[in-house]
Design a protein around this ligand. Structure first.
Ligand code: AVJ
Length: 320
């Protein structure tokens, strides 16, 4: 059996969530945190996005891992404490176990229940790896159990999840990871989406089947539950595009007509026709720009691997 320790859940209290959401909705440019895209249906819709022909990141990253598996394994070295940030169903990490041969696997996710099931199944398959689950929102702070060895810690942050942070926040996040490791054998394996043609990026976030639109609009159902609000998805349209000035894809929900949304405690906001709620940003990098950021965060000896089109990059960086 996997050892299941649930770290102090530093998740926010329900009324704090409501206050944060209301503040975002009342801001001059209404916005919500991308984490609210992932309720149960949202997580399933995201899994469907990863299968779409237009959404290249998932399959491109997987191809890079396959193509360069031996070199990646050599950068990490056998016997590591492999710490998976946002492990989910653990499939990306598990896929690498045979070549990485970690001594210990630590699966970290906001939803500890979900990840615990996956880890228990994995433990049967890899009895020689010691497995632990941690339930925490690591984007806020990264507090790992003191019992976990500081040496040969290898953090794993695939999928270009780093893109949800604005560049300065991303730098601070990388610094927190860097501070959570010691010794020359520690490092970070991370997937990063690269700047490319606007048309490719636009299509990846506004696919022809409308799955990403459903993913974005489903946020309104989630907000209705969290806030007891009266959003009607039919009144809103999905709007996603690459903002080349800011090097990021932006997702918005745009009001199709003038309307007013109400929520618990007497909160309300009027939206003019065409007014938007900014629901997600997905920042894109150049190879050198991201290497510079890793170095500013205190990493060195950065190695990178890409697909032939240079659409996506996997980096390994060592603790300097
Ligand atoms: C999970 C943040 C990596 O930004 O590409 C996919 C989320 N949003 N389609 C991304 C997402 C719309 C995804 N990340």
């Amino acid at each position: 059996m996997a050892q299941l320790s649930q770290a102090m859940q530093n998740s926010v209290a329900p009324d704090e969530i409501q206050q944060q959401l209301a503040a975002g909705l009342l801001a001059a440019h209404a916005h919500t945190s991308p984490k609210y895209l992932y309720d149960v249906l949202g997580s399933r819709l995201f899994a469907a996005i990863c299968e779409l022909p237009e959404y290249y990141p998932t399959r491109t990253e997987a191809a890079i891992f396959t193509q360069h598996e031996q070199q990646i394994a050599a950068a990490i070295g056998p016997g590591s404490v492999f710490i998976d940030l946002g492990a989910g169903n653990c499939s990306k990490a598990a896929r690498l176990f045979p070549s990485l041969q970690p001594r210990q696997y630590v699966a970290v996710d906001i939803s500890v229940q979900f990840v615990a099931e996956a880890v228990n199944a994995l433990q049967q398959q890899f009895p020689q790896i010691r497995m632990t689950c941690l339930g925490m929102d690591f984007s806020a702070e990264l507090e790992l159990p003191a019992a976990l060895d500081m040496h040969h810690r290898q953090f794993f942050y695939p999928g270009s999840s780093i893109g949800n942070f604005a560049p300065l926040e991303a730098l601070m996040f990388l610094r927190r990871i860097r501070k959570a490791m010691a010794g020359s054998q520690s490092g970070l394996l991370i997937g990063v989406d690269l700047i490319k043609d606007k048309a490719i990026l636009d299509a990846a976030y506004d696919d022809s089947l409308g799955v990403t639109a459903a993913f974005n609009l489903n946020l309104l159902h989630h907000l209705n539950r969290l806030l007891d609000a009266d959003f009607r998805p039919a009144d809103w349209r999905h709007c996603a595009f690459y903002n080349s000035g800011q090097y990021r894809v932006e997702m918005h929900l745009e009001a199709k007509r003038e309307l007013t949304v109400h929520w618990q405690g007497g909160g309300e906001r009027r939206f003019a026709r065409g007014e938007r709620i900014h629901t997600e940003s997905s920042h894109k990098y150049t190879r050198q720009g991201f290497i510079d950021m890793l170095q500013l965060a205190g990493f060195s000896a950065v190695q990178t691997w890409s697909d032939p089109d240079n659409w996506f990059m996997v980096c390994h960086a060592q603790a300097a």
